[in-house]
Design a protein around this ligand. Structure first.
Ligand SMILES: [Zn+2]
Length: 234
C-alpha cells in the first residue's frame, strides 16, 4: 500500500491532468478556428475568381458587340455618301470600304459567337462548381460552430476543474504537497507522482538506485527518483 499522502497526491495529480487537458484543448481552439477560417476564405475566393473570369468574358463580348455596331454605322454612312457622289471612282472606293467593313464584321461576329459558346460552357461549369464549393463552405462553417460550442463547454468545465484541484489539495501533508508542486513546475508534463515497477521509475523509465527502491516502501516521508526527481512510491 502506498503512503496515504501519496494516495492523496495521486488524486491531486489526476485532477491536475484533467485540468491540463482542458487548458490544452482550449489553447488549440484559436488555431483550429483560424485554419477553418482560412479554408473558408480560400473557398470563397475560388467562387469570386470564377465569377470574375465570367464577367471579363462578358465584357469582351460587349466590346465586340460595340465594334460591330460601330462598323455597321460606318457602312450606313458610306451608303448615304454613295448616293451623293458624282464620280465613278469615288463610288467604287466607297464600295470597297463597305466590302472591307462587311468582312471585318463577319469575322468579329464569328469571334463573338465563339465567345458566347465559351461563356455558356463556363457559366454551366461555374454553377456546378459553385454548388460543390458552397456545400463545402457550409460544412466548414458547421465545424466552426462545433468548435465554438466546444470552447464554451470547455470554459464552463475549466472553473469546476480548477475548484476540484483546490479541493483535492485540502488535507495533504504540506511537505508532500510542496514537493509535488515543485516537481509539477519543474517537470512541466505529467505524471509527477509515479510508481516504481521492477525497480524502474514509471516516469522516466530508468532504473532507480537500491536505496530509492528500498526507501519508497517506507511510509511517512517523500521519496524521489534519482534520475528524474519525480515523487516515487511502491
Ligand atoms: Zn524517474
Amino acid at each position: 500500500m502506498p503512503d496515504p499522502q501519496i494516495e492523496k497526491l495521486l488524486i491531486v495529480q489526476s485532477r491536475d491532468i484533467h485540468l491540463l487537458k482542458i487548458e490544452q484543448d482550449l489553447q488549440r481552439i484559436p488555431n483550429e478556428l483560424l485554419s477553418l477560417k482560412v479554408k473558408i476564405s480560400a473557398e470563397e475566393a475560388n467562387i469570386e475568381n470564377a465569377k470574375k473570369s465570367l464577367i471579363e468574358k462578358e465584357l469582351n463580348r460587349a466590346v465586340l458587340d460595340a465594334k460591330v455596331k460601330d462598323q455597321e454605322t460606318s457602312i450606313n454612312r458610306f451608303r448615304t455618301q454613295q448616293l451623293e457622289v458624282k464620280k465613278n471612282d469615288e463610288y467604287r472606293a466607297l464600295t470597297q470600304q463597305i466590302e472591307q467593313l462587311e468582312i471585318d464584321i463577319s469575322s468579329l461576329e464569328e469571334t463573338e459567337i465563339q465567345l458566347m459558346i465559351d461563356i455558356d460552357l463556363e457559366r454551366e461549369k461555374f454553377e456546378d462548381e459553385k454548388v460543390v464549393i458552397e456545400s463545402r463552405i457550409v460544412d466548414l462553417k458547421r465545424l466552426v460552430d462545433v468548435l465554438l460550442e466546444r470552447e464554451i463547454a470547455l470554459q464552463d468545465s475549466l472553473d469546476t476543474a480548477k475548484q476540484q484541484g483546490v479541493e483535492a489539495r485540502f488535507g495533504v501533508d504540506e511537505v508532500f504537497l510542496n514537493h509535488y508542486e515543485r516537481i509539477r513546475k519543474m517537470t512541466k508534463r505529467p505524471p509527477y507522482v509515479v510508481p516504481i515497477v521492477n525497480q524502474k521509475c514509471e516516469g522516466c523509465h530508468l532504473r532507480v538506485s537500491n536505496e530509492v527502491a528500498r526507501g519508497a516502501r517506507e511510509v511517512g516521508e517523500p521519496h524521489f527518483c534519482d534520475q528524474c526527481a519525480r515523487l516515487v512510491y511502491v
